[in-house]
Design a protein around this ligand. Structure first.
Ligand SMILES: *Cc1c(COP(=O)(O)O)cnc(C)c1O
Length: 444
């Protein structure tokens, strides 16, 4: 359920939730990546997902530098499901990151972005035959084995050389996060139990077509403490019959700041905790991989909406915008709380409920959020929407999925254009009536 706003807020706190470097210009208008959000909304329309490229690069560098300092033999791999868009992937690849893909669609996106297949890691608890074949054909560097059937099928597909694999194990660590974001608990649908992992390791060692590089573990997402990460490392090291490995992939899961009271560990604190645990429990010459998604991209983007109407409401004014659960499912899936502001009257104001345009009462984006005298036509910015918003976007109520607009040093460009009505009808093989035509043409 949605959590009520916990604390009063000041303008400075609010800016802290936006990508670093965001500021108010002389007119008091909010700027991200040097661009006025009001102007971005005018030029590209709303809703729009706006990425600050410099902030994105800096997050990537924070990961790379922290890991490089604490454990030089290491690699940061972007969990692309959190923001699968070629401009994001290309930017992160330029910063030296590898790419995690779950299945064929993310693999194609990573390849289209120019990622080196050798530095792609393929995941999935139910990879299809087609997806495994794609991984082999593309030369994906590492395939993560989730179950014993993955092994059988992969072995038949590899025709020359040896495919490197990691075994995903269930660490039986209950992370303190929303149940839908726990992935390493006992009974998880992801990964091998200790017994299965031992059997899988024995099978890979006998296989002439596979090479066992190591183990993989991922305990969950939006974790606000380092303890579960440490416990996961301990659990992996304690697995019986698996021995020592050259590679340990410790997954992702670091939480980000959505609200004023959120205090996630910094990237530095997280990496230090992880590598301290690795020093205590894993071979000193092992290669460590981390796979951040949310903590890499989440704080680097902002969603812009336009207010369509304001109603008195029961408890608070209802401010209805032109987006909602078709572009941000996090409040509905996980009860995630966000904050918001008008872009030209930043901070302060009276408590409102920010609601979406969709035909569900659950389509409430933020309950009890202060907005400064909101009226129809105003632009609202919701920070920290870089993770799992673009990827979970959908066409509910015929919503055209929003564009991804990149901003850097005052320049803005569309990395993904807004979906059109024609895009939406493209797969509908029976859509031919000319009455729709004027609207399709107008929207082209
Ligand atoms: C989702 C996922 C990640 C990234 O998780 P975040 O919480 O976004 O950092 C990393 N590894 C695997 C295997 C995942 O499924």
């Amino acid at each position: 359920m949605l959590i009520d706003r916990p604390a009063a807020t000041t303008g400075d706190d609010l800016l802290d939730l936006f990508p670093e470097g965001s500021h108010l210009d002389g007119r008091g208008h909010l700027r991200v990546g040097g661009c006025s959000l009001a102007e971005v909304a005018e030029r590209f329309g709303t809703p729009a997902l706006v990425v600050d490229e410099t902030a994105l690069r800096n997050r990537a560098r924070d990961y790379r530098d922290a890991l490089g300092r604490h454990w030089p033999n290491s690699q940061t791999v972007f969990a692309s499901k959190s923001f699968p868009c070629t401009e994001v992937v290309r930017t992160l690849v330029e910063e030296g990151l590898g790419v995690d893909v779950a299945g064929g669609g993310e693999l194609v996106t990573a390849l289209a972005a120019g990622a080196d297949p050798e530095h792609i890691v393929m995941h999935g608890n139910a990879k299809t035959d087609e997806e495994l074949a794609m991984a082999v054909a593309a030369g994906v560097g590492t395939v993560v084995i989730d179950n014993l059937r993955d092994l059988e099928r992969l072995e038949k597909l590899v025709t020359d050389g040896r495919q490197a694999v990691l075994l995903r194990v269930i660490p039986e660590v209950d992370a303190d996060t929303h149940a839908a974001m726990m992935t390493g608990h006992r009974g998880s649908k992801f990964g091998l139990t200790a017994d299965q992992a031992a059997e899988a390791a024995a099978r890979v060692r006998r296989s002439p077509r596979l090479r066992l590089d190591g183990l993989h573990v991922h305990v969950g997402s939006q974790l606000m403490e380092t303890a579960p990460f440490r416990r996961a490392v301990e659990a992996v090291a304690a697995l019986p019959g698996l021995g020592r490995h050259p590679v340990y992939d410790l997954g992702g899961g670091l939480g980000v700041r959505y609200t004023y009271t959120d205090r996630p560990p910094t990237i530095e604190e997280y990496v230090k905790a992880l590598t301290d645990a690795a020093r205590d429990h894993l071979p000193g010459d092992a290669r460590l991989i981390v796979e951040p998604g949310r903590s890499l991209v989440g704080p680097t983007a902002v969603t812009l909406y336009r207010v369509v109407t304001v109603k008195p409401g029961g408890h608070r004014p209802l401010v209805a915008v032109d987006g909602g659960m078709a572009d941000n499912l996090e409040p509905m899936l996980y009860g995630q709380r966000f904050e918001a502001t008008l872009v030209d009257r930043v901070g302060g104001g009276e408590a409102c409920d920010l609601v979406g345009r969709h035909c569900e009462s659950g389509d409430t984006l933020i309950r009890d959020v202060p907005l400064s005298s909101p009226r129809a036509g105003d632009i609202v910015a919701v920070p920290a929407t870089g993770a799992y918003c673009h990827s979970l976007a959908n066409n509910y109520n015929g919503a055209r999925r929003p564009p991804v607009v990149f901003c850097r040093d005052g320049e803005a460009w569309e990395a993904v254009r807004r979906e059109t009505y024609a895009d939406m009808l493209r797969r509908d093989t029976r859509a031919g009536h000319p009455r729709a035509l004027p609207f399709l043409l107008a929207d082209a």
